[in-house]
Every structure is written in C-alpha cells, then in structure tokens.
Ligand binder design. Structure first.
Ligand SMILES: [Fe+2]
Ligand SMILES: [Fe+2]
Length: 286
C-alpha cells in the first residue's frame, strides 16, 4: 500500500495541495483504517469529505482508495477478484465525479451483482470472473500502458448477452443490455467485438447481425478476446491442457486440432494474430 507521504505527493501533483489531514485520517489510525477504506462506505464518508474539503477533497479521498486498491492488486494476486470488484466500484464513482455536479452519491453497485441482476447464470458469471482475471494478468504482463479497469470490466462483461442468447448475437445483445445500464462505450465495443474474435462486415451479414465491422482494434479489446479463448481452453472438461502456460504455448496448435474453440478458419486466423501480438508484447515466442 502507498504510504501517507506517497498519497500526499499524488494530491500535491493533482491539486497543488497536500491534503495531509485527509490522508492521515485515512491511514494513521490502525483501528479505523479498514472501515475508512471500505468501498461500501464511500458514499457516507465521501459526503463527509465533500462537506469538509469540497469536491476536490472528495476526489482526493476516492483517489486515495483507488491507489490502495491498485497497489493491493499488484501485491496480492490471490485477492484479485475482490480487487477487481473494488477497483471497478471506485472507477464507477470516479467516472461519476468526473461526469459533473449533483449531490447524489449512490454507492457503486458491484459489477458482479449487475451481471447477476441482468440474469446471467452463476456458471457464466464464474467464467466471466476467470476471463477478467486472465485479461488483467495478460495486460500486466504486456508491460505497456493500458486501461486496466477497462480490461477487467471487459472480461467481466464480455458475455453479458448470454443472459438472453447463447448464439453469435450474444455480443450485440450484451451491448444492448449494457447500453441500457449506461455502461461506457468502450465496454460495449468489447462485448460486441469479442464473438469469433471480431467479425468482418461480410461475416456479420452472413450471421444476420447488424451489419458493421466488428474487428478488434484496441489492445484492451484484443486482450479480452485472447483471455476468453485461453479460459475456454484451460477450463474445458476434457482436460485439453493442464496449465495456463500450456494453453498459451500451444495456442495455435490447440485451435487447429480442436475446431470447437475457434469455430471457423477466419476466427482462427484472427485469434492466432491476436495471440502473436500479445505474446510478442509479453516476450513470448508467439
Ligand atoms: Fe462470448
Ligand atoms: Fe466468454
């Protein structure tokens, strides 16, 4: 976890003020530290911060929690699911703060609860959490600047459409549900594009989907696609591989010998290109 001085330094860089009192309130009393960092109490404590330090202070309080969660994720991979959920909850609030005025400070709803309330099965939710974990691990290993919250949420939400459909339209259906939930546009794109590693216009027409180019463009989109397929391979009941490393190392051969994963030559070619690009960034052989 960052020390008080590090939080102070971030505040100074962001605002020109150190907000020392605020950071000491957060960290200095070991008996109160956990509850003051509890994302479920952000609304309650956030209002106190806003009353005392104004909107800027409220933002520094949220930023403090965000930095701690990010550090915890890096330090403790074992707690990754909790870290993702907390991080996205804080990211939601940061987005709300960035979005404008209003005293409303709803407690951010856990993304996993959102999946559940949208009608996804527990099995699909478990898969989604695994994809989020794998996607964040790949993003970390890629060693390039990436929107980690988008990667984590992309993994969590990519199959949201499976609440309604298990066909090739589940990406488009998921994006439609996500739009109603007011999820961000980049996240909707990940949902739409992950099916068959990003359909072309021609393929979309043949699949009777709204005709447009669904090719994955950003690294965040590609990482979710790659993570999804790796999780499918690793968790397949036939025990095709015994480890993540084996799935990554043998990815092209596994796709070639098990057509059920790629579901077509074109998706397979795209998956292999994505695999090579991401492995190239991570220093693998591709
Ligand atoms: Fe999917
Ligand atoms: Fe999936």
């Amino acid at each position: 976890m960052p020390k008080i001085e590090e939080h102070v330094e971030t505040s100074r860089q962001r605002t020109g003020k150190d907000y020392l009192e605020l950071h000491e309130w957060m960290d200095a009393d070991p008996g109160k530290k956990a509850e003051r960092h509890d994302v479920k109490r952000i609304c309650e404590y956030g209002q106190l911060m806003k009353a005392k330090y104004g909107r800027e202070g409220l933002e520094e309080y949220v930023q403090h929690i965000y930095e701690d969660i990010t550090a915890r994720y890096l330090e403790d991979q074992a707690d990754i699911t909790g870290a993702i959920q907390s991080q996205v909850a804080v990211a939601d609030l940061r987005a709300q703060l960035a979005g404008g005025e209003g005293d409303a400070c709803p407690i951010p709803v856990s993304d996993v609860d959102l999946l559940r309330r949208s009608g996804m099965s527990e099995e699909d939710i478990a898969h989604s959490i695994q994809v989020a974990q794998k996607a964040m691990e790949l993003a970390e290993r890629a060693g390039v600047p990436l929107d980690m919250v988008l990667v984590g949420r992309g993994g969590l939400f990519h199959d949201l459409g499976k609440a309604r459909s298990r066909g090739d339209d589940h990406g488009v259906v998921g994006a439609r549900i996500g739009k109603r939930l007011e999820l961000p546009g980049e996240l909707l794109e990940i949902m739409e594009k992950h099916v068959k590693a990003g359909l072309t216009e021609e393929e979309a027409l043949a699949a009777r989907l709204p005709v447009k180019d669904y090719s994955a463009k950003t690294l965040e989109e590609k990482i979710v696609i790659y993570a999804d397929k790796l999780v499918d391979i690793v968790s397949h009941p036939d025990g095709i591989v015994s480890s993540d490393a084996e799935a990554e190392a043998g990815f092209p051969e596994i796709l070639a010998s098990h057509p059920r994963f790629a579901k077509g030559d074109k998706p397979m070619a795209r998956l292999i290109r994505i695999h090579e690009e991401i492995q190239g960034l991570m220093g693998g052989k591709g």
